[in-house]
Design a protein around this ligand. Structure first.
Ligand SMILES: Cc1cc2nc3c(=O)[nH]c(=O)nc-3n(C[C@H](O)[C@H](O)[C@H](O)COP(=O)(O)OP(=O)(O)OC[C@H]3O[C@@H](n4cnc5c(N)ncnc54)[C@H](O)[C@@H]3O)c2cc1C
Length: 131
C-alpha cells in the first residue's frame, strides 16, 4: 500500500493497494478515494480518467503505468457511518456474555481505525472481566 498526494480537482486517490501482493490477481491495483463527493459528482468516467492520469504522474515513464486499464469504479456511499449529533450506537455489552467490537459500537470516535481498535480492546477487557 502506498499513500498518494491527492486533491479535489486532478488527483483523486489517497491510497493504492497492490492486490497481487495481498493474494489477489497479479498486476491488479485498487485505488482508494475517501471524501469523494466531488469525484462522485464528476462521474465514473472522470474518476477513471483522473486516476489513470494520477498513476502516470506518480510513476512517470513506467511502462506498467502506461498500460494500466480501469476494470471497475466502485462507489460506496455508505462505506462508513455518518457521525451526526445524537446518533445512537449500540453499547459494547450486547447481551450477557456477548460483547461487540467495531467502529459502530458506542465510543468517543467516529468511523475510524482508532475507534475500531479501542472497541476491540474494550470488548476483550469485558470478556476477561466476565470470566
Ligand atoms: C474508503 C475508506 C477509507 C477510510 N480511511 C480511513 C482512514 O484514513 N483512517 C481511519 O482511521 N479510518 C478510515 N476508514 C474507516 C475505517 O476503515 C473503519 O472505521 C474501520 O475499518 C472499521 O473497523 P471495523 O473492524 O469496525 O470494521 P471493518 O474493518 O469493516 O471489518 C469488518 C469485517 O467483518 C467482515 N464481515 C462483515 N460481515 C460479515 C459476515 N456476515 N460474516 C463474516 N465476516 C463479515 C468484513 O468483511 C470485514 O472484514 C476508512 C474507511 C473507508 C471505507
Amino acid at each position: 500500500m502506498l499513500a498518494l498526494p491527492a486533491d479535489d480537482t486532478r488527483h483523486p486517490a489517497q491510497f493504492v493497494f497492490d492486490l497481487g501482493t495481498l493474494g489477489g490477481p497479479p498486476g491488479r491495483l485498487a485505488f482508494v478515494i475517501s471524501g469523494a463527493a466531488p469525484w462522485v459528482a464528476a462521474g465514473r468516467d472522470a474518476i477513471a480518467a483522473a486516476t489513470q492520469a494520477q498513476t502516470l504522474s506518480a510513476w512517470p515513464g513506467q511502462a506498467w503505468a502506461k498500460s494500466l486499464t480501469v476494470r471497475q469504479v466502485l462507489i460506496e456511499k455508505r462505506a462508513t457511518f455518518r457521525c451526526t449529533p445524537g446518533l445512537a450506537r449500540p453499547a459494547a455489552r450486547l447481551a450477557t456474555g456477548l460483547w461487540g467490537a467495531g467502529d459502530f459500537i458506542e465510543g468517543p470516535y467516529p468511523a475510524t481505525l482508532e475507534g475500531a481498535v479501542r472497541s476491540g480492546l474494550q470488548a476483550a477487557d469485558g470478556v476477561i472481566a466476565d470470566a
